[in-house]
Write a protein that binds this ligand. Structure first.
Ligand code: CAA
Length: 258
């Protein structure tokens, strides 16, 4: 399907979604977010897709929600449209792993979109920030909640209150991103990580995603019980037998998602 604000390629079991509003540094407008929700939902349903990657351009992953689109809106408009609520909820319903490949600016909604992905690989050019305070607003799609969980209260407060940007090195040190790579290698490294994920059992991959996400939603005791139960459950799959037999027979496993 052709999109106005996205370029989507599916190859080698990976759906690569590129945000594509170069004139606005990939600012997230309603069209882009609704197309993104659509593309992600389609990739989640597509049996050929085993991992999803979201990226932007060399200059910007996304420089935030579209300020031009929002500037004249009032409370009633924002509230009645539940601005960005349905689109971001759609993203959270995706069961396949989503990797964010971030180069350049990931600001405001751009930083929040990256944090909604399952993990972030950053180019050494990446700059993260929640500068909404400079616009007289607060983050609106998870920045106050997710950034705090990633980097802790002190740094999250600093970022949200001063509006300063965090470079890739600080983002890795603080736990916001999983790894930093040279900008010229960003896509190669990200696609290699996605290809590794695509090789695994899709059942196990989905269980891992659910279990790690659960750690944000519940108490440690409940989370540990959930993990133990899904660990037990996986012993009823053919992929567990295949994975363990392959190890013992010193060969690569051939998972069949069963
Ligand atoms: N919305 C709309 N347009 C944007 C934009 C945004 N968030 N960010 C950049 N653009 C546009 C600029 O208006 C400019 O367009 P024109 O050429 O038509 O003037 C174009 O992209 C290039 O931007 P700059 O000329 O500003 O580029 P720069 O290299 O000088 O600066 C920047 C880059 C530091 C990222 C700067 O563009 C910037 O500060 N952008 C805004 C960042 C921001 O405040 N983001 C938060 C948005 S609110 C939000 O996201 C709320 C939420 O949580 C949901």
């Amino acid at each position: 399907m052709a999109y106005e604000t996205l370029i989507v390629d599916i190859d080698n079991h990976i759906a690569l979604i590129r945000l594509n509003r170069p004139d606005a540094l990939n600012a997230l407008n309603s069209t882009m977010l609704s197309e993104l929700a659509d593309a992600l939902t389609a990739a989640d349903k597509n049996d050929k897709v085993r991992c999803i990657v979201i990226t932007g351009s060399d200059k910007a992953f996304a420089a935030g929600a579209d300020i031009k689109e929002m500037s004249e809106k009032g409370f009633v408009d924002m509230f009645q449209a539940d601005f960005f609520g349905p689109e971001t909820e759609a993203l959270l319903r995706v069961r396949k792993p989503i990797v964010a490949a971030v180069a350049g600016y990931a600001l405001g909604g751009g930083c929040e979109l990256a944090m909604m992905c399952d993990f972030i690989i950053a180019a050494d050019t990446a700059k993260f920030g929640q500068p909404e305070i400079n616009l007289g607003v607060v983050a609106g799609i998870g920045g106050t909640q997710r950034l705090t969980r990633f980097v802790g209260k002190s740094k999250a407060m600093d970022m949200h209150l001063t509006g300063r940007f965090m470079d890739a090195e600080e983002a890795e040190r603080s736990g916001l991103v999983s790894r930093v790579v040279p900008a010229g290698k960003l896509m190669e490294e990200t696609m290699a990580a996605a290809a590794k994920i695509a090789e695994k059992s899709q059942i196990t991959v989905k269980v891992v995603k659910e279990a790690v996400n659960r750690s944000y939603e519940t108490t440690l005791r409940e989370g540990l019980l959930y993990e133990r139960r899904v660990f037990h459950m996986l012993f009823n799959t053919k992929d567990q037998k295949e994975g363990m037999s392959a190890f013992l027979e010193k060969r690569q496993p051939q998972f069949r998602d069963q």
